[in-house]
Ligand binder design. Structure first.
Ligand SMILES: Cc1ncc(COP(=O)(O)O)c(C=O)c1O
Length: 418
């Protein structure tokens, strides 16, 4: 069998997520995945095991403690392999926002007065404000603005912003509003020619397939594990050669123990250990669809990514097409996914109704969604939209199914009667 004729077994996928059988959630079509995803039962089991059997201080020699520490270490090791990094290049923190603040504080070391830092107006604020605050130590902040017709960031615009003073570029891999996938590999290539450190925000990208960070060649990359089927934590990857040079922001005696020293404290232990469940879920998914067991973890992930991308494209394209054809609705970003050039994160607004009215109508029809600025308020402001009413966002991940898409399409049909 070739990859072309293997399809994601959606019934198998959904059987792994208890939320689809839970009385509170089972009757809803869930389209708020870009806010936070459901978790598979492996994650819940790992969390329960930690709390039941190993809820003690880890890394001592008695069994409960030893196993706690082993499971925590295993989580970082597996995630490193899933994204093609080394174990000491992974830092797990409370959220992407926290991780990026901590990182920006550490990177101050490389910033001199009048150095330039490039941020975008397409990013979530988490990857803007920590970098904008570098102005407090004299950095000049330069904004890479998206094109107002396509809503996309153009590489040629970036090229014209780079000078010999540019030190840092913070850019999203995929906007949580526009959905377009930015070519981080090309962006990194251009930045590195100019000795610029690249920070990629993968929060809206990673739920649709874990990236290969070496292939992207970013210096730092971050995503929120609570949106990639896990508990409320976030991962920060950093190239070892840079991490090694960052100041110790933890206790003085820990000097040299990077990346542990980047964060002033450690992550939530039980949640960290439960990340092993995300790996197990993806490994089960691989074994369910493919036979070859000699592949590396990262290669298995890449095959699963292809299945997921195809499935998500099939679900999202009819919705994108419908919204873009409706007179009263304005779709943000591309109206079709081709070769994963766009995430199935679909934002739109109405010419005649508020986003709140539209999202309430979806709720009435059992489509779980919401209206908001989703903390991408600069993006909304520059699109000329209200940052309080915001946009309606329907975000899909691989456990959504055809019935979900049908329900959205029929709800859109009924919108005119609202
Ligand atoms: C694209 C993007 N970046 C960053 C964040 C911030 O993530 P966290 O909630 O983990 O701080 C979000 C959260 O929604 C996001 O969508």
């Amino acid at each position: 069998m070739t990859l072309e004729n293997i399809k994601l077994d959606i019934d198998y996928v959904r059987s792994q997520f208890p939320a689809f059988r839970d009385p509170l959630s089972k009757d809803w079509s869930f389209f708020e995945n870009a806010g936070g995803s459901y978790v598979p039962k492996n994650v819940i089991d790992k969390l329960t095991y930690f709390m039941t059997s190993t809820k003690v201080q880890p890394y001592a020699e008695y069994p409960m403690s030893k196993i706690a520490g082993e499971n925590m270490d295993r989580a970082t090791e597996l995630f490193a392999q899933m994204i093609n990094a080394k174990k000491n290049e992974i830092l797990i923190g409370g959220s992407t926002s926290i991780n990026l603040y901590v990182l920006s504080n550490a990177l101050k070391k490389f910033i001199n007065h009048d150095d330039e830092v490039i941020v975008t107006n397409q990013d979530h604020e988490a990857n803007i404000s920590p970098w904008r605050r570098l102005s407090e130590i004299g950095a000049k902040i330069i904004e890479w603005k998206f094109d107002l017709n396509s809503h996309e960031l153009k590489l040629s615009d970036l090229e014209s912003l780079i000078t010999n003073k540019t030190k840092i570029l913070a850019v999203t891999h995929c906007s949580n509003i526009v959905g377009s996938v930015n070519n981080l590999k090309k962006i990194s290539e251009l930045a590195h020619k100019n000795n610029i450190i690249v920070i990629g925000d993968g929060v809206s990208y990673a739920p649709h397939g874990f990236p290969d960070v070496k292939e992207l060649d970013v210096d730092f990359y971050t995503f929120s594990l609570y949106k990639t089927y896990g508990p409320h934590l976030a991962l920060l990857y950093g190239k070892e050669e840079i991490l090694r040079d960052l100041p110790n922001q933890n206790h003085e005696f820990l000097n040299g123990k990077y990346p542990y020293t980047i964060n002033p404290g450690g992550p939530n232990h039980e949640e960290l250990s439960s990340l092993v469940g995300i790996y197990e879920y993806f490994n089960d998914l691989y074994n369910h669809h493919f036979k070859d067991n000699n592949l590396s973890i990262q290669n298995k992930i890449s095959k699963i990514n292809a299945l997921i991308a195809q499935h998500e494209e099939n679900l999202a394209n009819p919705i994108l097409s419908k919204i873009s054809c409706m007179d009263d609705l304005n779709l943000i970003g591309r109206n079709k996914i081709v070769n994963k050039n766009r995430a199935p994160t679909i934002s739109f607004f109405s010419k005649s109704k508020t986003s709140k009215e539209i999202s309430n109508f979806f709720l009435k029809n059992k489509v779980a969604t919401r209206n908001d600025n989703f903390y991408a308020w600069r993006c909304l402001k520059d699109l000329g939209l209200s940052t309080s009413d915001g946009v309606v966002r329907l975000s899909i991940v691989h456990y959504n199914n055809n019935q979900d898409t049908e329900l959205v399409l029929s709800t859109l049909d009924k919108l005119n009667n609202l």
